[in-house]
Design a protein around this ligand. Sequence first.
Ligand code: NAD
Length: 494
Amino acid sequence: MAEKFLNYIGGQWVPAKSGKTRTNINPATGEHLGDFPDSGAEDVAAAVSAARAAFDAWRLTPAPKRGELLYRLGALIASKKEALAKDATREMGKILIETRGDVQEGVDMAYLAAGEGRRMYGVTTPSEMPNKWAMSVRVPVGVVGVITAWNFPFAVPTWKIFPALLAGNTVVFKPSEETPKMGWHLAKLLEEVGLPPGVLNVVHGDGPNVGWPIVQAPGIDVLSFTGSNGVGAKIAEEGARLGKRVSLEMGGKNGVIVMDDADLPLAADAVAWGAFGTTGQRCTATSRVIVHERIHDQLVAAVIERAKKVKVGDGLDESVNMGPVINARQLEKIHAYMSVATGEGVSIAEGGQPLTGGAHAKGNFFAPTVFTGVTPKMRVAQEEIFGPVVSFIKVKSLAEAVAVNNDIPFGLSSSIFTRDVNTAFAAMRDLSSGIVYVNHGTTGAETHLPFGGVRGTGNGHREAGHTMLDAFTEWKSIYVDFSGTLQRAQIDNS
Ligand code: NAD
């Protein structure tokens, strides 16, 4: 009998009001991992009223105390890291070293947000009037709706939920329906460290039945979303209509530029890790290699050599280097890009097909794939494939490489490999993306730096880093007049 999991609403573990459930499946083995609530608008409504009811007491809890809870949480997550990583691998497939990293990001984020509890700095400034005090302070916005993707099932929710809670908001969280167990774990962990009932509420289910009611709920003030551009655009429109604050983290089409003076083995290692790590299902995955023509053939050969060595299989097997794709639909989407590529005149230099039979018989596996002969405007160079597929684009100069890198609808992460300090600094200045790496691939963000992208990747917000509170706080300006007289600004001080 499959284990049954519940929603967490107002401090209670409850089923969907309809009693419906949905199955959680291991994408590597097809194993049935448990049944989760298949919730609906009525469950969201219960979660929103629990969050509203809890808001006043939580906002009035001193921020350093809210921070102390997050310190305890960080330590608790760290103590359970291995078990959490194994559960993450089971439900979304990436290999254990990567899910350990995913959980570690949650630990890092807990400590980072906790420290903010004793800072949460405001601004004081002199008044233009005598005997008058002026300052601006951060205050929580209210109830935050959090909707997340499945590819970083632990880390991404923590980037949103921990700063939101630290700032004094309450939260209604919908984990991805592909990774409900990690959302369930997060609620369990917060319950264990003593988060008051209603401060975090977790409602499981799909996008249309749970996500959309969260977007529309009048009791939710802020929407923090990570996922695809199609869904993000709908949330932005509806959020604007309803006057909500909306923070969006969406797709990527990240490029690594490799100049002819680069350390080639290092660049090849970074490209292989960026393209095939997490089975290419990262918003920061390396999907384009923009390479100087003088070293193109050498670099292609080095990346193919690495692709051939990638052992594909169940991420729980420590000898495996690349796990499955999340589901059959995504496998089909990646596969369909092979005929898009060949139709555009691209050569499939390595891989290009699903892996079936033997160790791959029960899961959704795709071979590490290398495209050559790609030109910048082709669909495979412009669209997010979200699989283990990397395209090589040949260029003649730094200026051309930068132009190709920037001419896409996304702008999350870019990278350059060069040994020339002038080239590196020019690229740091000119690459148009939220994150730039020098002599490092496109993945590897650290939680204490802002995370997010330009153009279609986002809507101007940055998560984590010193910007972590921006989406979750309002600025309140306060004036205290201690003159005992009526002092009119702009009038009585001339
Ligand atoms: P998705 O957009 O399909 O789903 C994301 C979340 O939105 C899920 O929880 C889903 O249930 C929910 N959702 C779906 N339809 C909805 C609707 N109509 N209303 C409200 N919610 C709805 O994306 P995905 O397949 O889970 O994730 C992959 C995408 O996420 C990729 O594009 C990837 O680049 C992006 N991503 C971005 C970042 C980043 O920080 N920029 C990080 C990770 C993933």
